[in-house]
Design a protein around this ligand. Structure first.
Ligand code: TRP
Length: 412
């Protein structure tokens, strides 16, 4: 029996399936693909479109406790129970969450990494962090030198998170091509242009058409290195298409792996209001290397608030935390204490707390977080030395290629 497909309209014969971008435009709604996020995202409707399930209260209980889950920033998933069972039983289980190194990392980029760190600490999850420098070279108007520069800076931020090197592997597509490329080729055999178009919309180059096979490789790597095990992929919703493609091609190639799951997250709102936090340079954002003064300055001048136009009106009618970006930053991640967060919301709604005061609270929490992150970043030695314990060993590379059934051409 053929495995059920995760890709609606993704079969080879349906060459005329509308691309997600076209569908969204036709329905005058929103677009969410790895290469385009547009419009006001309806996160619930997205689950229907993608075929993922909302997390239940019971599932959230069984995960390690974290505000990103408790407050449902990560709000949906695929195959979550298998992962939770393995974690509870002390069986091998893995997390894959990567980074596209097209620029400096900002606050939104580290949320899944810190979540992965919590999982690793509490249940011993193996964590893989792939960097898709190939993808960003293809998708962005940048030279390899420039992408390489961002890759090295991003690696410092990833190392500063503080993963356990015994249970963590960091791979860079171009630097670890010896293992990634043969596996990606095997997976690409089942990735047709029609599927790519149905899932991602039209791609500018054949490079980007191939890339989904590379990200599928990332998602299978923990199992190819260390054997079949539940794998979860905590990512913002725009990356789910890669998970669906991986699930589909892995089944078709009958590799000795389980389909990877997914833990889907909402976007941290941009400072200027709802929507994806921009890394394109035109909208202001908070980078992981920003000093406290520039964080304060950025929040004070750019953060969208839910406050009233005048002081008198604010005192009288109160503010709206649900649209207030400084409050949302506290809620997403930076104020882990639920009671304190509730009190801040109540004071804001009643008008006791002013927008300016709420901004200062957010500035304090964000700069505290950044001070710790930056201290660990500053303590790192040379990148080569620091990265070494996180790289795949020769044995791990060999085992992954063997399990994937792709011995290199020079081997007898
Ligand atoms: N494509 C992702 C991005 O653009 C980065 C990435 C590469 C990734 N491999 C991954 C994310 C695996 C999650 C899992 O941001």
């Amino acid at each position: 029996m053929p495995a059920p497909s995760d890709i609606p309209n993704g079969t080879d014969s349906e060459t005329n399936a509308a691309s997600p971008a076209e569908e969204a435009a036709a329905a005058d709604e929103f677009t969410v693909t790895p290469y385009a996020v547009d419009g006001e995202i309806d996160y619930e409707k997205l689950l229907e479109r993608f075929g993922a399930d909302p997390l239940t209260d019971e599932q959230i209980e069984r995960f390690p406790d974290h505000p990103l889950l408790r407050r449902r920033t990560f709000y949906a998933g695929r195959d979550v129970d298998d992962y939770l069972e393995a974690a509870a039983a002390g069986d091998p289980h893995a997390i894959v969450t990567g980074r596209g190194p097209s620029g400096p990392m900002h606050l939104g980029h580290v949320l899944p990494l810190y979540l992965a760190k919590r999982f690793q600490r509490e249940t011993g999850a193996t964590v893989y962090v792939p960097l898709s420098d190939d993808e960003k070279f293809l998708a962005k108007d940048q030279s390899f030198e420039s992408i390489g520069e961002h890759t090295r800076e991003n690696l410092r931020d990833i190392l500063a998170v503080g993963f356990d090197p015994d249970r963590t592997r960091i791979v860079v597509d171009t630097a670890d091509a010896d293992v990634i490329y043969p596996i990606a080729v095997r997976l690409a055999k089942h990735l047709t242009p029609a599927t790519v178009e149905a899932v991602y919309g039209e791609q500018d180059t054949v490079g980007l058409q191939f890339y989904p096979a590379v990200q599928a490789t990332h998602l299978l790597l923990p199992q190819l290195v260390a054997g079949r095990q539940p794998t979860q992929v905590p990512i913002a919703v725009d990356q789910d298409p890669h998970v669906r493609v991986c699930r589909d091609v892995a089944a078709k190639e009958a590799l000795p792996v389980d389909k990877p799951g997914a833990l889907l997250g909402r976007f941290l709102p941009s400072l200027e209001g709802p929507g994806k936090m921009s890394s394109s340079g035109d909208a202001p954002s908070i980078e992981l290397t920003d000093d406290p003064e520039s964080v304060a300055e950025t929040v004070r001048t750019h953060a969208y608030t839910g406050g009233r136009a005048t002081l008198a009106e604010h005192r009288e009618r109160g503010g709206d935390p649900s649209v207030d970006v400084p409050f949302q930053y506290l809620r997403f991640f930076f104020e882990p204490d639920d009671e304190r967060l509730e009190r801040i919301a109540a004071d804001y709604r009643s008008g006791d707390l002013l927008s300016g005061e709420l901004k200062e609270l957010a500035i304090d929490r964000i700069t505290d977080f950044l001070a710790d992150h930056q201290r660990r970043r500053g303590e790192l030695g040379s990148l080569e030395t620091e990265l070494e314990p996180y790289r795949l060993t020769a044995g791990e590379r060999r085992r992954a290629l063997e399990r994937a059934g792709v011995p290199t051409g020079l081997e007898a």
